[in-house]
Design a protein around this ligand. Sequence first.
Ligand SMILES: [Zn+2]
Ligand SMILES: [Zn+2]
Length: 1018
Amino acid sequence: MKVAAKFKADASKRWFALDYRPLELEQQVREFWEKHRVREKLEQQRLEHNRGVLGYVEGPPTLNGVPHVGHARGRVMKDLRYRWKSMQGFYVPFWAGWDCQGLPVELEVERGLNVRNKRDLLEKVGEERFVAECKKTVMKYHKEWFEADKKLGVFMNHDKAYWTYLDEYIEREWQYLKHAWEQGLLGEGYYVVAYCPHCQTSLSNAEVGLDYEEVDDPSLYFKMKVKNSKDEYFLVWTTMPFTLVTDLMLAVRADADYAKVRVGEETWIMAKQRVEPLMQELKVKNYTVQEVVAGITLEGTKYEYPFLDMVPRQRELDQQPFVHTVVTEDFVDVTTATGVVHLSPGNGEDDFRAAQRRKVPVYVPFDDEVKFTADSGEFAGLFARDADSHVVDVLRKKGLLVSVKTVTHEYPLCWRSHHKLVWLARKEYFLWTDKVNSRVVEAAEKVRYFFESPRNRFLSFLKEGKPWCVSRERVWGAPLPVWTCQNCGNKVFVASKKELFERANAEPPQDFELHKPWIDRLVLKCDKCGSSMKRVPFVLDCWHNAGASPFARFTEKEFEDFVPVDFLTEGIDQTRGWANTLLLEYVILTGKAEAPYRAFLLQGLAQDAKGRKMSKSLGNVLEANSVLERQSADVFRFYALWKCSPADAMNFDMQELNKRPYQVLGTLYHLHRFFMQNAEYDHFNPKQHTLRWAEENNVLRPVDRWLLSKLQQTVIEYTAKLETCEFNFAVETLETFVVDTVSREYVPMVRRDLWSDEPQTLNRRLAVYATLWQTLKTLALLFNPLTPFLCEFLYQNVHRVLDNTLPESVNFENWPTPNEVLRSPELEQDFDMLQRAVALAYSARQTAQLKRRWPLQKAVLVAPKRQQKTLRNLEDLFLELANVKTVGYLDEPSVPHTDAEERRWKMASDGDLHVLLDTQRDTNLLGEGVMRDLARRVQALRKELGFTPTDILEAVHLAELGTETLSLLEPYLGEMAELVRTKRVSLHTDRSGVKVDWHDYALGDKRVYVAITNSLRE
Ligand SMILES: [Zn+2]
Ligand SMILES: [Zn+2]
């Protein structure tokens, strides 16, 4: 062996650190990307040369907080798609976008300013300063998001970012909305909306679904007396007693049976099917059903409204037709409660519609803080939910209370401030999306969602088709550009700054922008009567703001080119949010049953390691930046995609991150290191030593062909799983290939080929390098969308070192496509058989407690004839892997004839394949086994001391082996020296006389001492 040469070759170039240290490596790559403007060049290259354009619009993160690991997971998925599609040759406008306005930002600022509610805010802070504070907050959080993208290696173009608060964006959004206005799909209306008493604004139907929590409410059974009856009552149930103040009707179901039930001295009316369960629940033992009537016969029955004496306005309403009268409605459910529903048109959507149909006036005596106004008599001044107990008290005094308990139920809270929502009839601006609902649903059905359950969830939500309340009584938002004439009531919709200035009756101020309070200072002239027009007080729902992005963030030309976009992905909470508003606005804009996206992947939520939702109150939120301060971005990216399906909720366990994900990437790294150290030593030149060259020189073996075939299969499977967004399965495909196929199977099968450095076997070594070059380079490309830092590092330090004609960055490479010529399913089957046989040999060894590194004399393979032929062809590999000297073949397993034979031969079986192993070892085999044991200790020590595998050591010292071991070992010292790469092995009977750094190990039940000396290192 030409020891010195090999040592020098390696010492001159220590280009890989010993271990995979991702944090350092990633910093190097970040600097490389910036210095060489890799992201910019990639975008430019694909803009100039592409095989198609795939539109993209960024789902803008709201800049009201720092990104957590769940956000990071979503960004990793976006970046994965971008890098992959770019490598496939597509141009993708992967441009950033930021959601800057609306309640989330306002509330974050309110917290900072320490104000209690909106009134407080306007009095103490004022709109101008508040807007300035909102902008500051947006910029503060933008820094965090930008930082996280940089750490994660997200190749998004931040220079082309859109900001939803900028005038130019708002103007485009207005033009979008103008289509709705002109088609009569936007207008003022009176409707029941969800309202947050804290934020003092209405919310959209979509927002209501964003936060349901378990809350306590009163569960109240009470009676409403039938007018002019002696003792007949309707039995009614509610969880919102305060709505009795605004009660106007009772509703029953026309086609259902109602029972008149005698309870004590009274008759109660309720749904017949509810009698038994109710009497049980109310603990009424003695009762009799006196009569059963159809719901329809109750219609028109007047009842005594219990608070007539307390609420003067209700005395007036009592005179109106239908008021305090039983009506029939289909929405009444007779399978729960009493089947008699009290209607408060001011506080309920169904109730409101029932009133509208009958032209019953709507009674809504609430101010902006949801306190009862003077119009509610004795209840005036009480916050609605605080009136609950008061109502119960009054009912009790009047003898109308049947039962009151507390129920815990799911109830919608404000998605931002977590206050209980209240339903109120209000004058608001609505997009009458109910009118285009069939088109919306049709559009949504054409979209690809990849997984069934998010699709069904989305479609069933859309089918509700309720009008969209888009007006908000807030400050920091895109203003609703409707001006109303103070004199004649004429309304105009002004969709641009230019038009606004033309119509204004004064010059706009210098610092003018399209926000409150500046915009409200513009007074327009009415073109009907010449009087002045003022803007309506509303800003737009921030979901409308973000939902306008496919139009508002692009120019006309870009909109034509990019929309409908190819693929979007956001969190599952965007089902009611962005996914919904994008769709509604686009259908209104185009008038077509088409969504602005062709595919939408809705991601599961992020949870902590124990599967709990991440929340500030639990203190279990993992912030992306602080995690990525300590953790590798590649390992994180790998973990985020590998752990579970993107549609599932993911439990982030930081312990788990550094186990398997780190191990897989470490294996990929070490495979490259192993390859590079050997390939460089043998002057491998990938342009000369190609697979074709290996073929022509007849040095390619079945094991290489097998690996190359498996590689093609991996390309096919991985790409297919990426297409279907089964990222976890895609990653698993690569994981198996790297860890099992290449590292555990292929490398051991060619290790012996690489061992020698004789010139006559050089070509065989070059063939192995050609195979590994093909495999590892393909892997670097396949991994790139997943772990771009590691791939760039390997590409620069391995692939580009060996081939300087390669593109400047791995990102500029083309996506691998399978090479059919290299595929051989038959060969893969043959190797499966070989691996089965090897596994059986291992299992037989285990039975006999013989380590794999101890050589054995013989194995007998028992298999049907045809399989024997396959195994014979791969015999060399079997000998190597099973670590036996010879192999025999049999058609049938032979039965052992003697006890001794039975002890000596161990068998393992798998179907019709059996392996018999001769477990007897003579002194030669024992000696070689001892040598292997010791060699393993030396190898571990070499690694520990920082030597690379190709380093040649000066000397290896072994001490206190004992005479028996020594005599076994002696014949194998030469082989050992070669195996552990040392010039000599020195044996010492007593370690104390030798001044080296001894390390002790267990060898069986003895201790042995090992040391390494190396003059060049010392
Ligand atoms: Zn709120
Ligand atoms: Zn007018």
